[in-house]
Write a protein that binds this ligand. Structure first.
Ligand SMILES: [Zn+2]
Length: 147
């Protein structure tokens, strides 16, 4: 990301920022799926965009403390979305489709460095879709750590 974030490849690993997570983070569009929201939240973390992270965090689990410590220098290295879990869950979907379409799970591995030390975050995030500003929208609910 040495060039402008507008033209560089998207931090989430997708195409250019302007046609990947950019429209969601600027508010020009709503992420249509839990996965696109998850990707845009990862990108927002790399940009330290606290406002976007709060806006997409479900009110019931949104932290009250600041998300970014001033002294904490996190260097995000990349994101890998694992679809296997979602596909399994999709196949096992219950008959209650209306409930199911407003809930989703995304498993991912994010790599980052703090003070030169590499870390790996493996998370299964839960998302819910609710009526919000601008219509039906996805929110991050919480996450669990499979390892
Ligand atoms: Zn992206």
């Amino acid at each position: 990301m040495s060039t402008s974030p507008k033209t560089a490849a998207c931090p989430c690993g997708g195409a250019a920022y302007a046609v990947c997570c950019g429209p969601y983070i600027t508010g020009a569009a709503l992420p249509p799926t839990a996965e696109t929201l998850m990707r845009s939240r990862y990108t927002a973390f790399t940009l330290r965009d606290e406002a976007y992270l709060r806006a997409t965090w479900h009110a019931s689990t949104r932290p009250s403390e600041p998300l970014f410590a001033e002294e904490e220098k996190v260097h995000w290295l990349g994101l890998e979305v694992k679809s296997a879990l979602r596909l399994r869950q999709r196949k096992a979907k219950s008959a209650d489709q209306t409930e199911e379409i407003n809930r989703d799970t995304v498993e991912f591995v994010a790599r980052y460095k703090v003070s030169g030390r590499a870390h790996r975050l493996h998370e299964v995030s839960r998302f819910v879709r609710e009526q919000g500003e601008g219509g039906l929208r996805w929110f991050y609910l919480d996450g669990s750590f499979p390892e």
